[in-house]
Design a protein around this ligand. Structure first.
Ligand SMILES: [Zn+2]
Length: 93
């Protein structure tokens, strides 16, 4: 039997802006909004594309993994207070 497990965890916060074109927004302006072939703006556009690809890959991962995944409940000390069987002979008849 083949078995594998994946844990996907991504957390990155990026704040980027072109010094020469501070108003350029790759999400809104797209590739056509890049002025003068600015390499920094192209990098921002590529970064935005990578973000979109990452989001799509994450959605695909979740879509494919959901039928196989099971939710792990965090270990909780209050959970260990399960009702134990009463001691032998203490049950009323
Ligand atoms: Zn620029």
């Amino acid at each position: 039997m083949f078995q594998f497990s994946y844990k996907l965890k991504v957390a990155e916060r990026v704040k980027a802006k072109c010094q020469r074109h501070p108003r350029y927004n790759p999400e809104r302006d797209g590739r056509g909004g890049i002025k003068g072939g600015c390499s920094t703006c192209f990098s921002l556009f590529d970064l935005h594309q990578a973000r979109l690809s990452l989001d799509a890959a994450h959605r695909e991962f979740l879509r494919r993994a959901t039928p196989w995944s099971h939710v792990r409940r965090p270990r909780n000390r209050t959970n260990s207070q399960r009702q134990k069987d009463p001691p032998f002979g203490s049950q009323p008849l």
